[in-house]
Design a protein around this ligand. Structure first.
Ligand SMILES: [Zn+2]
Length: 110
């Protein structure tokens, strides 16, 4: 039985990756074949908040209305990281009409 882990560069999503030696701390270093950038794979990151999938997962959990402390505990990242994602995410709600006669606000938790 073998386990295959697909590694791709988080910024350009290229799977044309080659190993590029090791860092001073012993972690495997990779190089993207498309743009030439060097990076450390997700599975070698010490802090979970630096992994590439964390930001997308935090956004999904924020949209679902999960609290900041719950996201931090569930994903094993700091509250500061969750707040940074919330602060730097640009999402704008576009109204369907330009003018409304009456608006109603429902519960607003996050
Ligand atoms: Zn690249």
């Amino acid at each position: 039985m073998s386990i295959t882990i697909e590694i791709k560069y988080p910024h350009c999503h290229s799977t044309n990756i080659s190993q590029n030696g090791k860092k001073g701390n012993g972690k495997q270093n990779y190089r993207c074949g498309r743009c030439g950038q060097q990076f450390i794979g997700d599975y070698h990151m010490t802090y979970r908040g630096c992994r590439s999938w964390v930001v997308g997962m935090v956004k999904i959990m924020l949209i679902r209305g999960i609290g900041i402390r719950d996201i931090s505990t569930t994903l094993g990242i700091s509250i500061t990281k969750v707040l940074k994602v919330l602060r730097t995410t640009k999402y704008q709600i576009k109204p369907k009409l330009s003018h409304y006669d009456c608006l109603e606000t429902d519960e607003f938790w996050t």
